[in-house]
Design a protein around this ligand. Structure first.
Ligand code: SF4
Length: 337
């Protein structure tokens, strides 16, 4: 792991994303602020519907149209505000400066082109490489993501690859133009456990060798423990806790973060047939149009007080780089002051 938070490559500030729905305008991202340093791995965690994938799409300039809107805030890449950038500039930026890989590679790969052609396409588009140079670079990228016999496999089609190998191809396409940032949205969910570990090892290796900063979007705290330098925990479109990975795993402050950590399977040994025990957070993420003025987690929180339902808690600083939004933490801030 390697990070220098002092040098921000990406700065997201008070980002707000809203959607037009049958129930009216719904805010799916509420005043989100975070930064990413060069070479750093930032994990964004939370359950389905917490806003983590929408955050990634907003950073990429891919908020679904025409219903989605970035209504305020900024996304600065090396100082340039992408929220106010032209469509042409965003097109140029995607794949070249920020790339993204998704959960199911088959939906992103085109079944009628060879993997070599698909890697080469990105290189021709962004780097203006000729046919032979792009093919040579495609082979080089397949080798970099540890696909055996890359000279032969560059001519094969996506259906000839296993799920894990297809995700490696997606990573090869994403990194072909050497972007500064790779966003990986649940990249291993569709893969079995052994292959998941291999993909995480590959991402870690590529980050170390190429210096690519990674935003990993996941619901899996095991992946967080393995990959993260820093972590943002999101709930119902809000950041509820942020900290270095050791803050989040060893000193979680927000009841939701503690609930996510309790959901990790733990091996119960010492009796016949060792098993795993799983806790769970009761309830589900509420429909966003039904959120009131208070803490969005209140309906599921075992510690909820009347005050929690009346007003949303502010972020409380707990240590350098570690903050959480919960009324329970207010006395700690007062004590520190
Ligand atoms: Fe629970 Fe209240 Fe803290 Fe929200 S503010 S997490 S409801 S204790």
């Amino acid at each position: 792991m390697n990070a220098n938070p002092a040098i921000a490559l990406l700065e997201v500030e008070t980002l707000q994303v809203e959607f037009d729905t049958w129930d009216g305008r719904v805010r799916v991202i509420e005043s989100l602020t975070f930064s990413l340093a060069a070479g750093e791995t930032l994990c964004i965690v939370g359950e389905s519907g917490c806003g983590k994938s929408m955050t990634a799409l907003a950073v990429m300039g891919l908020v679904p149209q025409p219903t989605g809107h970035i209504t305020s805030g900024s996304v600065r890449l090396s100082g340039e505000d992408l929220v106010r950038a032209s469509a042409a500039r965003l097109q140029q930026m995607r794949g070249n400066e920020i790339s993204m890989i998704f959960q199911e590679p088959m939906t992103s790969l085109n079944p009628v082109y060879t993997v070599g052609e698909q890697i080469a396409e990105a290189l021709r588009l962004h780097r203006g490489l000729g046919r032979n140079a792009a093919r040579a670079r495609a082979i080089e990228m397949l080798r970099a993501v540890h696909i055996p016999e890359p000279e032969r496999r560059v001519e094969e089609y996506p259906h000839q690859f296993s799920g894990g190998m297809r995700q490696r191809v997606m990573i090869a396409i994403a990194l072909a133009c050497e972007p500064k940032i790779l966003i990986a949205d649940e990249p291993t969910t569709a893969l079995d456990v052994t292959v998941q570990a291999q993909i995480f090892d590959l991402l870690e290796e590529l980050r170390e060798t190429r210096g690519t900063a990674i935003i990993l979007i996941t619901h899996d705290m095991g992946a967080v423990a393995e990959m993260a330098d820093r972590v943002i925990v999101m709930y119902a479109g809000r950041k509820v806790e942020e900290g270095r990975v050791e803050d989040i795993l060893e000193r979680p402050a927000h009841p939701y973060t503690r609930g996510l950590l309790a959901c990790r399977p733990t091996l119960v040994l010492g009796h016949p047939g060792a098993r795993t025990e799983l806790a769970e957070i009761p309830g589900v993420v509420p429909p966003l149009h039904q959120l009131g003025a208070g803490c969005a987690f209140a309906p599921r929180c075992a510690h909820a007080m009347p005050r929690c339902r009346e007003s949303a808690p502010p972020q409380t600083g707990l240590a350098a780089g570690h903050a959480a939004a919960c009324w329970l933490l207010e006395p700690r801030q007062a004590a520190a002051a």
